[in-house]
Design a protein around this ligand. Sequence first.
Ligand SMILES: [Zn+2]
Ligand SMILES: [Zn+2]
Length: 153
Amino acid sequence: MKDKTPRLSNKWLSQLKSSGYKLTGPRCCVVEILTHTEKALSAMDIFNQAHERYPSIGLVSIYRTLDKLEMLGLIQRVHQKEKCHAYIAAPNGHEHLLVCRSCGKISYFKGDDLHTLVHGVEEKSGYQVSEHWLQLIGVCQECQNTNMHIVLG
Ligand SMILES: [Zn+2]
Ligand SMILES: [Zn+2]
């Protein structure tokens, strides 16, 4: 596991605690897993990882912890073709997701030029649009390089 954000898990744990959530070992384990992943994980992925450390952990408690983390805005859902959705740490502020379809790595990007589009949709539909989710799917640079090596033999 890559420890690029050692303090992120502490931040999450203190937010969970201050919202009245009891920090049991299995719950801390879910936090640990989600703050140390570059890939979006489904509840089942998390369960499989957590199960190695806490054989008694149940899928239900994984779902409950995910619900709580989502409610606190600490994680966000990632839509995936094969699974209905997976979870990844929420970005700081308004950022959008870039998902590599080859290795599953998630990165974020800032800035979008959706104003004109959203405005046009509002005009046509009569909606007042208040938010949007944007997720771009492609192949990351590392995977492109790897594929090139394979082609070049
Ligand atoms: Zn990739
Ligand atoms: Zn945006």
